[in-house]
Design a protein around this ligand. Structure first.
Ligand SMILES: [Zn+2]
Length: 239
C-alpha cells in the first residue's frame, strides 16, 4: 500500500488586524489607520515555539503593536520571539519593523524545509514580487495569506485595484488573474489590510456578476470562466 503521510495542519492567530483609510471608490477616511494584517502560524499539536512559528508581514504600527503583543502573549510567546518571517511583498507597509538581522530569517519565495506542508504561490499584480502563503487549518480548510493581492473584502467585491499606485493595464489584468486564482482555490483568505474572508459560493457569484464592470476585464475574459467553473465545483462537489 502506498499510503500518504497525514498532512500537517496549522493553527493561526491574527496579531494585527489590517485597516485601510482608502476606499475602492476613491474616498479617504483619515480616522482609519493604514496598517497591514499580520498573523502567526504554528503546527497543530505543538506548543508554539519561536523556531516553529511563522510571522507574516509583521509591520506593526504603534497601536497595532500593542494589540499584537497581547495576542502573541495569549499563545505563550512574545514579539521578541520572532525568528521566521514571511513577507508577502516588499512594499514598506508590509516589511518587518524592528528587524534583527542576526536572529531573524525572512523568506518570501521559498518555504523553510521544516514546513513541507506549507506552500508558496506567486500572485503578481499589486506588486511583481507578491507571494501568498498557503496551509491547511485544523478544520481542514485551505488558508491563503495573500498580502495586497486582495486588500480586504470591500476592495475584493468592488474589483478595486490600489488606485494611488497608478497601475498599467497589464498590471491590473495580472491583479485580476491573481484574485481569481486565490478565490478559486482558497476556503479562507487573510488579506493585506482587513479581516479574514470566507470564500463561499455566494461570494464567488457576487464577484462573477460584478466582473464585467471591472477595469480592464476585457483583457482577461478567461477569469469569468475560471470563476464560473469554481462556482460549479463548490455548489456540486465531486462525490
Ligand atoms: Zn499594503
Amino acid at each position: 500500500m502506498n499510503a500518504e503521510p497525514p498532512q500537517q495542519t496549522y493553527h493561526y492567530r491574527i496579531l494585527q488586524r489590517g485597516t485601510l483609510p482608502l476606499s475602492p471608490e476613491g474616498a479617504m477616511d483619515i480616522s482609519i489607520e493604514h496598517r497591514c494584517t499580520s498573523v502567526v502560524i504554528w503546527p497543530a499539536g505543538e506548543s508554539p515555539l519561536p523556531a516553529r512559528a511563522i510571522f507574516t508581514d509583521p509591520c506593526f504600527t504603534t497601536a497595532g503593536k500593542k494589540e499584537a503583543q497581547k495576542q502573541i502573549e495569549r499563545i505563550g510567546l512574545t514579539l521578541n520571539a520572532m525568528r521566521l518571517i514571511f513577507v508577502t511583498h516588499r512594499h514598506r507597509d508590509h516589511l518587518p519593523t524592528d528587524f534583527d538581522r542576526d536572529t531573524m530569517h525572512i523568506f518570501q519565495t521559498r518555504i523553510p524545509a521544516e514546513f513541507p506542508d506549507i506552500a508558496i504561490e506567486r500572485c503578481p499584480g499589486h506588486a511583481l514580487d507578491l507571494h501568498a502563503l498557503i496551509f491547511r487549518n485544523v478544520h481542514d480548510k485551505i488558508v491563503w495569506v495573500v498580502g495586497d493581492a486582495i486588500l480586504n473584502r470591500a476592495w475584493m467585491l468592488a474589483w478595486g485595484y490600489f488606485w494611488p499606485n497608478k497601475y498599467s493595464r497589464d498590471e491590473i489584468a495580472a491583479t485580476w488573474r491573481s484574485v481569481a486564482k486565490i478565490v478559486a482555490n482558497a476556503d479562507l483568505v487573510i488579506p493585506g489590510h482587513g479581516d479574514e474572508i470566507r470564500i463561499t459560493p455566494e461570494l464567488i457569484e457576487t464577484m462573477l456578476n460584478r466582473f464585467l464592470n471591472a477595469p480592464c476585464a476585457e483583457m482577461v475574459p478567461d477569469i469569468a470562466i475560471t470563476l464560473r467553473e469554481c462556482l460549479q465545483r463548490r455548489k456540486h462537489p465531486a462525490p
